[in-house]
Design a binder for this molecule. Structure first.
Ligand code: UT7
Length: 358
């Protein structure tokens, strides 16, 4: 039986930083409220297209794997904030990185897009249908934000991450996964006025709104992620003591603390970077995984536990057994287009548009 080893990893964070204090310049909020309720101190704001971030993350992951992009046979890109509906963003990435032999699919399951993609890609490698797959997750959520909604706007940021998975005889990679969806709560996170259901019926089309039941999402996130974690541990006959590191979806530090308590794992084993980037939706896990490797938090043979949830309400968990290599084979010099604006300057037209209407 073939497995799908993670052989490359990369991240792309846009350089413009939006701090909690920046938010207080146009919104009725405080650093104290955001920090105490979420743990978030700052987030990044993208100055270019989403695909630019995805292309940089992809090139960095390919360099880490030292893989010729022409050898990729599939690209799976998790995001809900694509450049365009048509063409899909995975195709834009395929063309830009020269992955001429890769089928290219966008996956929209919101924040869970990366783990959903890793699960699908891994199982396509297991069947022998594919051999070398690029899995991305990321978001340009600042562009789809309604900047008059303080209960949502403070939570999110922009980023993209990517991994390369390759067919391997070794029993490594994503060895167990459990994904699901609590669709009865699908309207607990809802972006309105975007999509044909709205364009058919509303003159408000593209005046984006968010319906967001934070407390309900919080409760479901902890419950669904902890059940999914128990499921994947059970699948492999492992206990929490066998897990070296948890790399969870980064939405709220309080959710991560509650998850650690429910799963029974020490907080020190939970990787946290939500204070730096906020919730980057499908980007959180591949970005956190890349940082965990950069910080030597993963050793050969380690079991790494992923846990995720998001709009839908989709959820999941997975256990990766790491292979022999924890260092990139090569470095890429790929960078985003230059930016000379502050985060507030980039956001100015959006903030004006939304705060003018309230
Ligand atoms: O990837 C999936 C995405 N979603 C999530 O992960 C969200 C999960 N939920 C959460 O993280 C939390 O529920 C929140 C951070 C969204 C909210 O935390 P909370 O402790 O559940 O706060 P709350 O909803 O109970 O709100 C309490 C108060 C309200 O005021 P009143 O009615 O008690 O006077 C809000 O109006 O906080 C107020 N509030 C704010 N105040 C200052 C809401 N947003 C803000 C804000 N600044 N930005």
């Amino acid at each position: 039986m073939q497995h799908a080893e993670i052989t490359g990893w990369g991240k792309c964070l846009p350089p413009a930083v939006l701090s909690n204090d920046d938010l207080t310049t146009f919104m009725d909020t405080t650093d104290e409220w955001i920090t105490s309720r979420t743990g978030i101190k700052e987030r990044r704001i993208c100055h270019c297209n989403f695909s630019d971030m995805a292309i940089v993350a992809a090139k960095r992951a390919l360099a880490a794997a030292d893989l010729d992009p022409a050898e990729l046979d599939l690209i799976l890109l998790g995001s809900l904030t694509n450049d365009s509906y048509c063409p899909n963003t995975a195709s834009i990435v395929q063309d830009a990185i020269g992955a001429t032999n890769a089928a290219s699919i966008d996956i929209n399951s919101a924040c869970t897009g990366f783990l959903y993609g890793l699960h699908i890609g891994t199982n396509l490698i297991r069947t022998g249908a594919h051999k070398k797959v690029l899995v991305l997750g990321g978001e340009f959520i600042s562009h789809y934000m309604n900047w008059s909604l303080r209960d949502v706007a403070v939570l999110f940021g922009d980023a993209c991450g990517a991994v390369v998975i390759e067919s391997s005889d070794q029993e490594v990679g994503l060895l167990a996964a459990k994904i699901g969806c609590d669709a009865d709560a699908k309207y607990a996170i809802q972006i309105t006025n975007l999509g044909s259901a709205y364009s058919r019926l509303s003159e408000e089309f593209l005046y984006i709104g968010w319906n967001f039941d934070g407390r309900e999402v919080f409760k479901r996130a902890v419950k669904c992620m902890s059940l999914a974690c128990a499921d994947v541990l059970d699948q492999l006959g492992l206990s929490v003591d066998d897990i070296s590191l948890v790399v969870p979806h980064q939405a709220n530090k309080r959710i991560l603390d509650a998850l650690a308590r429910r799963v029974g794992i020490a907080e020190e084993k939970v990787f946290v970077n939500v204070h730096k980037y906020g919730n980057t939706s499908a980007g959180t896990i591949p970005v956190a995984l890349t940082e965990a490797l950069e910080e030597d938090r993963i050793k050969p043979g380690d079991h790494v536990l992923f846990a995720t949830f998001g709009a839908g309400l989709t959820w999941g968990a997975g256990i990766v057994r790491w292979g022999d290599r924890v260092n990139p084979l090569k470095q890429s010099d790929a960078e985003l287009p230059p930016n000379d604006k502050t985060a507030l300057e980039i956001l100015e037209p959006h903030i004006k548009r939304y705060t003018a209407r309230g």
